[in-house]
Design a protein around this ligand. Structure first.
Ligand SMILES: [Zn+2]
Length: 476
């Protein structure tokens, strides 16, 4: 029995909490069929990006392969956005509603891995797609293409905009695009992310601020005339001790973590330079602002007591994701209609081998779709948060990796480069396309999404946690 019939039967008989009990429209069925038609292309794009494994702002081949495909499919493509050569925008259609969808494609350093269920780098020490962004970009573009085809066929009216957003793992490409007003033209934004289970997202993320705290002192011979010196490293140590004293008096939702990136050169020269790289996070941006102010005071105090100079450099950050309940309900209904992938015995075996290798329960892939009211907040930040304060943003998670296996690590790369990942990205693409169709077809649904966004946002005006100036492009 196909899923459409199952959903209908259950909608009537089991009173499932579906939002859209009506039969899927012709445009929705056609959009889902379009994803199916292009499924091999989308998996091919994902596999190419998986192989390229390019890190933040170095995604030249990855962004090109997506932008070229969009162009071939009839989108108008603008390459190079907000000072980032690897950001691009692909547009199709005219007028309202204008719906946006974001795709990421940056990899993580050091997690190169073959598509096999045991740890084995494809290229020793190289980058890998340990967060599954190869699938993220391809599936989002697939959903945009499905909508484009319905607009071209006259079945939907409006504009579809695909945003190629680089450097999520470092720098935060979306934050620069958000600062420049790139997302202002759309009424609603969509995104998804690979995961170890599937759900329409009702959870937020942590707002965060990324700071480099620099100390300057005076060098002297550490043994013959130490009284002439003032150690920048002492400033850094006093600063870190101060942060530890602050830790006792933070909210339990707050997180602060740091590393010493410069502590001087040799023991017999009193260091005149030191740097501590520190991140502060909380589920509320207002708390991050408060931590930021306290960290500034601690840096000043540390400098005062060690007779050094401190400077706090803002490097970046992001706001927490503003969730959208009406949008999540639509996404949830569509995800349940599309359903989780059916895995073969070999795929389950692949997942279980990874779970055994990483010492988590060997339960295989998670097929259950998590309910909207059964989601727990997890740690982590994303530049999607910034976008969600500018335009209502509806997001999805789809299983592409074995349940509970380590994230940002080789298992995610392994399944993201084979059929488990392909199946996940097709489910994501179909679910996103189907949910977008709902908003094109129902002005009421669009109004509900927008009015809840306005209520949650209140009168807060978005301002990115970014230094002035262009994004920090890699020099090599
Ligand atoms: Zn990610």
């Amino acid at each position: 029995m196909n899923r459409f019939l199952t959903a209908l039967a259950c909608g009537a008989l089991c009173a499932l909490p579906l939002v859209t009990h009506a039969a899927p429209s012709a445009a929705k069925r056609a959009a889902v069929a379009s994803v199916e038609t292009h499924a091999a292309d989308l998996s091919g794009l994902s596999d190419k990006i998986w192989e390229y494994a390019e890190t933040a702002l170095r995604e030249h081949k990855s962004s090109k392969v997506l932008a070229d495909y969009a162009e071939q499919q009839g989108f108008t493509v603008t390459r190079g956005v907000s000072g980032m050569p690897t950001a691009f925008i692909a547009r199709f259609g005219n007028g309202k509603p204008a719906i946006g969808i974001m795709g990421e494609y940056d990899a993580l350093p050091g997690v190169s891995q073959k598509a096999i269920p045991e740890k084995s780098p494809l290229v020793e020490g190289a980058a890998g797609h340990g967060c599954g962004h190869n699938m993220f970009g391809a599936a989002s573009l697939g959903a945009a293409l499905a909508i484009k085809e319905q607009i071209a066929a006259g079945k939907l009216k409006g504009t579809i905009v695909f945003y190629g957003t680089p450097a999520e793992e470092a720098v935060g490409g979306k934050s620069y695009m958000a600062r420049d007003g790139v997302f202002n033209e759309v009424d609603v934004m969509f995104a998804w992310h690979p995961g170890d289970e599937s759900m329409a997202d009702m959870t937020t993320s942590q707002a965060m601020v990324d700071l480099m705290v620099e100390f300057k002192g005076q060098s002297a011979h550490a043994a013959s005339d130490p009284w002439n010196g003032r150690s920048a490293l002492d400033g850094a140590l006093a600063f870190m001790n101060g942060v530890e004293m602050m830790r006792e008096h933070m909210r339990s939702s707050s997180r602060v973590h740091y590393v010493v990136v410069d502590g001087g050169d040799v023991p017999n020269v009193i260091p005149d330079h030191a740097k501590v790289w520190i991140w502060a996070r909380d589920q509320k941006r207002a708390e991050v602002d408060a931590l930021y102010a306290r960290i500034r005071k601690i840096a000043e105090g540390a400098a005062l007591m060690t007779e050094t100079q401190s400077t706090v450099h803002l490097q970046g950050g992001s706001w927490e994701v503003l969730v959208n309940e009406p949008g999540a309900k639509l996404m949830d209904a569509n995800l349940r209609w599309i359903g989780s992938p059916a895995y073969t015995a070999d795929e389950e075996e692949f997942a279980k081998k990874i779970q055994s290798a990483t010492k988590v329960p060997a339960v295989g892939m998670e097929r259950k779709i998590r309910a909207l009211n059964d989601q727990e907040e997890e740690g982590g930040s994303t530049d999607v948060g910034d976008v969600s304060w500018i335009v209502p943003t509806v997001t999805l998670t789809v299983a592409t990796a074995p349940k509970a296996a380590p994230w940002h690590a080789w298992p995610v790369v392994a399944t993201g480069g084979m059929s488990i990942g392909h199946k996940g990205l097709v489910v994501a693409s179909k679910t996103l396309a189907a949910t977008m169709v709902d908003l094109y077809e129902s002005p009421k649904a669009l109004r509900e999404v927008r009015s809840e966004f306005e209520k949650r946002r209140g009168d807060v005006v978005f301002k990115a946690y970014l230094p002035d100036g262009p994004p920090p492009l890699p020099k090599d």
